[in-house]
Design a protein around this ligand. Sequence first.
Ligand SMILES: *Cc1c(COP(=O)(O)O)cnc(C)c1O
Length: 358
Amino acid sequence: MIPAVDVRLGAAEEALVLEVLRSGQLAQGPKVAALEEAFAAAHGVAHAIAVSNGTVALVAALRALGIGRGDEVITTPFGFNATLNAILEVGATPVFADVADDYTVAPDAMAALVGSRTAALLPVHLYGLPADMAAIEALAGRHGLAIVEDAAQAHGAAHGGRRVGSSGMGAFSLYGTKNITSGEGGLVTTDDGGLAERVRLLRNQGMRARYDYVLPAVNWRLTDLQAAVALPQVRRLDRINAARAANADRLTKDLSDVAGLVLPYTPAGRTHVWHQYTIRVTGMERDEFCARLTAAGVGHGIYYPKLMHDYECYDSPVVDTPNARKYAAQVVSLPVHPSLSEADLDRIAEAVRAALDA
Ligand SMILES: *Cc1c(COP(=O)(O)O)cnc(C)c1O
C-alpha cells in the first residue's frame, strides 16, 4: 500500500531531541525560542510565538485581537473544523462564505457578507494553497477588519512574493500529519509587536513577569522536546516543500489527459506547498473510485466529506455555499508526500487512470 501520509524524521531531529533530554530542561526554553526565531525568519515576519497546537494558535490570534461575543468572523465552510471551533471558542459568530474553484474562500463572497458586526476575515490556505490574499487584504482595508490566516496546512506558502502568515495574524499547526511536525504544536505569526506580546501573555497564565499577572489566561506552552523535533524541519522547509511540489507537478503531468476528473491548479502569483494533492472525481461515483484506489494499493483521503456546519452539534447561521457543497462531494486527495518514489508516482497515476477507465 502506498500510504497517504508518511512522516520521516532523521538524524538532525534525533540529535536535537537527545540534547534536550540530556539538558534536563524539557519545558519551554531555548529550543522553543530558537524555533520561534527560525519560523519567523522563514515567513518574513517579525514575531512567531509557539503554542501547544494549531487550534490554540487560532484561538490565541482571535483573543489577542479582542474578538469575542457579538463579533462576526467571515470564513470558509470547507476545511477542518478546528477553524469553526476556534471561532466558537472565543464566543464569536462564524459566517460562511463560498469558495472559489481553487477551494479557498472567495473574496467576493466574503465581501457580500460584511456587515456592522463583522470583526475579522479568516481565510484558510486549504491543502497548502494560499487564499487570494491580495483581494482579502483590500477588503479588510476598506472595512477596517482584522485578518487571521489559518495557515495550518501552508507553512512556507506564498502570494505576491510574501509568505503566508504576514497579512495580520497567522496560525500554523505542527500536528503529526502536517508538512512539518512535532506531533502536536502550533505557532502564531504577526508583524505587530503589541499583538505578539498579548499572545505571549495568553499562552502563559497572563504573566508579564514571574507572578505578575496582567490578564486571566491558561497554559498553552510548547515544550523544548517538541521544538527540537520541529526546528530541523523548519530549516529544511524549502526542500520539503520543493519535494512535494515536484511530486504534484509529476501527478499533474501524468493525469492531465484523463477524462472524468478535475486536477488542482495554482492561480498566478501564488506558491502552493501541496499539503494535499486534491482532485475532484466527476466521471464516476466517488465511493467506487476510492474503492478501486484501495484495491490498487493507493492510499488516499477525503478532505473534507462535509461542510463544517453540517453536524448537529452546531447551530450557526448558515449561508448557501453551492461550490463548497459540490466540492465536498467530489474531492479525493492522493499521496504527494516527499517519500514517494518515481515508481510510487507511476503507480498512483496508473491506478487513477484505471479506476476511471473501468
Ligand atoms: C490541522 C489544522 C488545524 C488545527 O491544528 P491542530 O494542531 O491539529 O490543532 C486548523 N486548521 C486547519 C486547516 C488544519 O488543517
